[in-house]
Design a protein around this ligand. Structure first.
Ligand SMILES: Nc1nc2c(ncn2[C@@H]2O[C@H](COP(=O)(O)OP(=O)(O)OP(=O)(O)O)[C@@H](O)[C@H]2O)c(=O)[nH]1
Ligand SMILES: [Mg+2]
Length: 242
C-alpha cells in the first residue's frame, strides 16, 4: 500500500481502521421492519448481522449500546421481551448498506414447551436459510456460559461458518465479573467457539465497544470472495487482514 504524505503529525495511523468510522456508521441505525414469523421477513440483498442468544442475555441492550440509541431495540428486565425478528437498517446518508437483526431469545423457562420448540425451529430455519446472513453474534452471559441450546445453535451454523459466515461470541454483562473471572470466561468461550471470534462486552461500562464496532463494520463492508487487489507489489501491511 502506498502512503500519501500527510500534512499533520496528528493524522490517524493509516494501517489501522478508526473505530470512529465504525461507531458513526452504527449510529445511523434506524428501524426497518418487524417480522413475527420468518415468512414475513423481506428478502434483502444486503449483508445482515444477526444478534442471537438466550433470553435475557443482553441482545437488545447491546444493539442499543452499539448504535448509541436508548430505545431502538426493546430491552427489558422481563425475559422474552423481544418476540419478533426486528430489522434495523444501517448506512450513511440514508443509504442502507447493511442490516442488524435482533432475534427473540431462547431458553426462557416460563415459555410453554410448544412455543419454545416452535421458536427453536424458526431460529434454526432463519440461520440455515437466510441468504444474506453475513455474520452471527451469539450473546452469552459468561456467568452461565454457553448452554446446551447455544451449543446446538453453533452446530446449526457450523456448515455456514465453513462457507465464510462470520461469527462472534459476545460475553455480555462483563461488568459482573472480576478480572480473573473474565479471563477464565474468555478462555473457555474461545475453546468452545471453534474458530469464531470471542469478546468481552459490557453495555453498562461501555467495555468492548470499539472492538465489536470494528468487527461489525469490517464484516459488513468486506466483499465476500473478493478478487485479488489491483496493487500487486503490495507489502504485508495490516490492511491485508481487514
Ligand atoms: N449489568 C449489566 N446488565 C445488562 C447488560 N446488558 C444487558 N443487561 C441487562 O440484562 C437484561 C436483559 O437485557 P435485554 O437486552 O433485554 O436482553 P435480550 O437478550 O434482548 O432478552 P430477550 O429479548 O428476552 O431475548 C436487562 O435488565 C438489561 O438491563 C450489561 O452489559 N451489564
Ligand atoms: Mg431482546
Amino acid at each position: 500500500m502506498t502512503h500519501t504524505p500527510t500534512t499533520s503529525s496528528t493524522a490517524p495511523r493509516p494501517t489501522r481502521p478508526d473505530p470512529k468510522i465504525a461507531h458513526s456508521w452504527l449510529h445511523t441505525a434506524r428501524f426497518l421492519t418487524t417480522a413475527p414469523q420468518l415468512e414475513h421477513l423481506p428478502a434483502l440483498d444486503l449483508p445482515e448481522i444477526a444478534f442471537v442468544g438466550r433470553s435475557n442475555a443482553g441482545k437488545s441492550t447491546s444493539i442499543n449500546t452499539l448504535t448509541q440509541q436508548k430505545r431502538l431495540a426493546f430491552a427489558s428486565k422481563t425475559p422474552g421481551r423481544t418476540q419478533s425478528i426486528n430489522l434495523f437498517a444501517l448506512g450513511k446518508q440514508g443509504v442502507t448498506d447493511a442490516v442488524l437483526a435482533d432475534l427473540p431469545g431462547y431458553g426462557y423457562a416460563a415459555v410453554p414447551k410448544e412455543a419454545k420448540l416452535r421458536w427453536q425451529r424458526v431460529m434454526a430455519n432463519y440461520l440455515v436459510t437466510r441468504e444474506n446472513l453475513r455474520a452471527v453474534v451469539l450473546l452469552c452471559d459468561p456467568r452461565l456460559g454457553l448452554t446446551e441450546l447455544d451449543e446446538a445453535l453453533l452446530e446449526i451454523i457450523r456448515p455456514r461458518v465453513e462457507d465464510g459466515l462470520k461469527f462472534l461470541v459476545l460475553l455480555t454483562k462483563a461488568d459482573k465479573l472480576n478480572r480473573a473471572e473474565a479471563n477464565k470466561a474468555l478462555s473457555i468461550a474461545k475453546l468452545q467457539a471453534g474458530g469464531g471470534e470471542v469478546r468481552l462486552f459490557s453495555a453498562l461500562k461501555k467495555q468492548g465497544l470499539d472492538e465489536v464496532a470494528l468487527l461489525l463494520w469490517n464484516w459488513a463492508h468486506e466483499a465476500p470472495a473478493a478478487p485479488p487487489a489491483a496493487d500487486e507489489g503490495a507489502d504485508d501491511s495490516d490492511d491485508a487482514q481487514r
